[in-house]
Design a protein around this ligand. Structure first.
Ligand SMILES: [Zn+2]
Length: 74
């Protein structure tokens, strides 16, 4: 009855599911700098893609940083 207005069913089975972006204080320097994958910590040789923002703050300091993932975590 309720036809999908969202994503097609095929796309909803584990591919490209949203993954949580760790807060900035859990990132390594490389992850924070965007040279390493935010999820697996592996070095991203090329084609890093922006997958979200790591949001957090320490007192008055906003630590938000763009989070990148590589081909390692499609
Ligand atoms: Zn990865």
């Amino acid at each position: 009855m309720s036809e999908a207005t969202d994503a097609p069913a095929e796309a909803a089975e584990g591919e490209h599911q949203e993954r949580a972006i760790p807060p900035p204080w859990e990132l390594t320097y490389g992850q924070y700098a965007g040279t390493h994958c935010v999820w697996c910590g592996g070095y991203i040789p090329s084609r890093a893609r922006l997958v979200g923002i790591s949001v957090g703050r320490s007192g008055v300091h906003v630590l938000d940083a763009p989070a990148y993932a590589g081909p390692c975590c499609p």
